[in-house]
Design a binder for this molecule. Structure first.
Ligand code: WTA
Length: 650
């Protein structure tokens, strides 16, 4: 994915794909008038949609907007778990599969809505028994197993706030997130599987727990990972299955205020410290519900599979809350796409008859590289819709997905959104929108976006910064414990009522959005959001490192690769071994997803006269581009040396 360099190619993309009449005829929405209707009165649009959810008390006002603070469905009372479970159990879906789960080693389980409801109630009672009250934070550090969704739903049932920490994060990352949220309970597992290897979650949790004074109890799910020693700390650690054994399956859902906190999810930003993004109850659920229903055209007989890990927002909104609120059947797969063979995904689609498949461009580009023979060996005829998320999808990958997975039969929905937006904001409606390969197309009904210049002027056709100009129900309500940063980060670029996404985008002459990637110091590596400052902090934490600057460079599969420029302390010899040591250090501090692809040792980092590191220049060097004007450099020879050296090493 070439970001800016692919821009002109993108804008000369003339291919169009219109919804098949047979698809449109059955779609939830097929009348384009919905866009104008929703735009004329977005609050009325959302309020109408919200009547499809079960409320325990009605709202008195749809939106209270004191920029940048929004309250949606004021005074409304609602419980997320009741909307995801109870109404299906009593409404005809009691025996329908809620989750069809497959572990990486091939173990399989199916949970009906009845099963999921029962186990959620039991675990809600377990949490109560451990002293968890409404508003308390519960940290979840687990593999992709049904118990993770059960724990989330159990928190939602009693009004506790969950904070899921992706199982690929390090012990230190887990510790920092627990401490920031002041979680009182941690739910984890013995371990999980990934690409044939074992992730020793409990051991990593133990390391984190050495320094998390707020945690009173740890619940450990026995995933059944063989050969993994689990140390249970007396008085602190309890087995999930033992606690569940004695737990009642009766637990009335807590009536939550629409604006009560549902969860915190940490994500990378432009500083060294991840931000705890806060989502609340009513508006978030509505956003996840409405977009799942319309963007994926979710129907009762669909078998839906979103390949994201629940540790990311995509898993929160589109593995758990959105599909369950729709009463869908959700496939959940624990492991890697190439384990034990490169057709594992296609095998899963064939086995369960998956109809809706939602994955990331980085995965699609890997499939392209592996070759068409892998999907060709499997029956993919059950598929009827394909989705993409997480990073810009290049037209070539879009076309490959359309041809070799969708067999030119399935609409492709490229969905743009963020942890902060809670749900999809820009995507086609598959029964209405003509798609163009590489474009996320148009805003969801009720959403208002603009392309703005730095100064805040609207760009009618052309490139600029993507802004959201009207509040939406699933918008973030804050950064946990840091109200100033919330305002400064998202609502200060222009006026207090205009949300800055951090993304660059281009609007074409038909009003289609073409996303171009981040314009801040956030990278997107294989669909994972990584802050350059976080990686820099991890590097300078190493005793041999004096200074570092991390930039992204284009990468064929991962979209972006992490390229770290490092100056080492006087008297330390640079070597291949040291580069590996530094990469391992970052992986150990943050998690394997942040391991730098390249380490470039430099005598000096290029800085402006005021001492700012010139990142644009480093990006150009990392990309191997010709260098532009460098007259603002304090010592221009630094760059020449870096460039020469980079050409030698790369
Ligand atoms: C990028 C993931 C282009 C974007 C849901 C955004 C995308 C960041 C797309 C959020 C897309 C996500 N096209 N770019 N369809 N989807 N992005 O918070 O840069 O992990 O700001 O949420 O991913 O990443 P996050």
């Amino acid at each position: 994915m070439g970001g800016m360099s692919e821009l002109s190619a993108l804008l000369h993309e003339h291919r169009r794909f219109s919804p098949a009449p047979a698809f449109a005829a059955k779609a939830h929405v097929s009348d384009p008038a919905i866009y104008a209707q929703a735009a004329a009165d977005p609050e009325a649009f959302w309020a109408q949609f919200a009547t499809e959810l079960d409320w325990m008390a009605p709202w008195t006002q749809v939106l209270d907007w004191q920029p940048p603070h929004a309250r949606w469905f004021v005074d409304g009372k609602i419980n997320v778990s009741a909307n995801c479970l109870d109404r299906h159990v009593t409404g005809g879906r009691r025996n329908k599969a809620a989750f069809i789960w497959e572990g990486e080693p091939g173990d399989r389980r199916t949970l009906t809505y009845f099963d999921l409801h029962r186990q959620t109630c039991q675990f809600a009672n377990v949490l109560k028994g451990l002293g968890v009250n409404k508003g308390d934070r519960v940290a979840l550090y687990m593999p992709l197993i049904p118990e993770l969704a059960i724990a989330m739903l159990a928190c939602a049932r009693i009004g506790a706030v969950h904070s899921v920490v992706f199982g690929g994060f390090s012990a230190e990352s887990l510790r920092d997130r627990i401490n920031d949220a002041q979680a009182t309970v941690l739910v984890t597992a013995d371990g999980g599987y990934r690409r044939g290897g074992i992730v020793p979650l409990k051991q990593m949790a133990d390391e984190a727990l050495a320094d998390t004074p707020s945690i009173a109890h740890v619940v450990v799910v026995r995933r059944g990972v063989a050969d993994i020693p689990v140390h249970m700390s007396e008085g602190r650690d309890r087995w999930y299955h033992e606690l569940m054994d004695g737990a009642s399956a009766q637990c009335a859902p807590e009536p939550m205020d629409s604006e009560d906190m549902l969860y915190i999810l940490y994500t990378s930003g432009t500083t060294g410290k991840p931000k705890g993004i806060v989502h609340t109850t009513g508006g978030y659920l509505l956003g996840a519900y409405a977009t799942t229903k319309w963007v994926f055209d979710m129907k009762d007989d669909d078998v839906y599979w979103c390949t994201a890990d629940i540790g990311w927002v995509t898993g929160h909104s589109y593995v758990v809350y959105g599909p369950l609120a729709n009463g869908a059947t959700v496939v959940m797969y624990e492991g890697a796409p190439d384990w034990p063979a490169k057709d594992r995904f296609w095998e899963i689609i064939e086995r369960y008859g998956v109809t809706i498949f939602y994955t990331a461009p980085t995965a699609i580009r890997a499939f392209m590289r592996w070759g068409t023979e892998w999907p060709a060996r499997r029956d993919l005829s059950s598929l009827r819709l394909l989705g993409s998320v997480g990073e810009p999808i290049n037209p070539e990958a879009w076309m490959w997905y359309h041809e070799h997975i969708g067999h030119e039969r399935c609409p492709v929905v490229d969905t743009w959104w963020q942890t902060e937006t809670g749900s999809i904001l820009i995507a086609p409606l598959p029964g209405i929108t003509h798609t163009k390969p590489g474009s996320a197309t148009q805003t969801f009904p009720g959403i208002s976006a603009r392309i703005l210049t730095q100064q805040g002027d609207a760009v009618p056709v052309g490139g600029g910064l993507l802004a959201i100009t009207h509040p939406w129900p699933s918008m973030l309500r804050g950064i946990y414990g840091d109200p100033e940063r919330f305002v400064q980060q998202y609502w200060s670029k222009w006026d207090r009522g205009t949300y800055f996404t951090g993304d660059g985008a281009k609007l074409d002459d038909e009003g289609y959005y073409w996303l171009l990637g981040r314009v801040d110091d956030v990278l997107n590596v294989a669909g994972h959001r990584i802050g350059t400052m976080e990686v820099e902090s991890a590097l300078v934490d190493h005793p041999k490192v004096a200074e570092s600057a991390v930039v992204g460079r284009p990468h064929q599969i991962k979209g972006q690769a992490l390229c770290a420029f490092v100056t080492i302390k006087e008297g330390v010899a640079r070597s291949e071994g040291l580069a590996d040591e530094l990469k391992a250090h970052v992986a150990q501090k943050i998690g394997a997803i942040a391991r730098p692809d390249d380490i470039i040792f430099a005598a000096d980092l290029p800085k402006t006269r005021s001492g700012k590191i010139m990142r644009r220049l480093l990006r150009d060097i990392a990309e191997g581009k010709a260098l532009g004007d460098t007259t603002t450099l304090a010592d221009p020879s630094v760059v020449a040396r870096l460039r020469d050296q980079y050409q030698d090493e790369a």
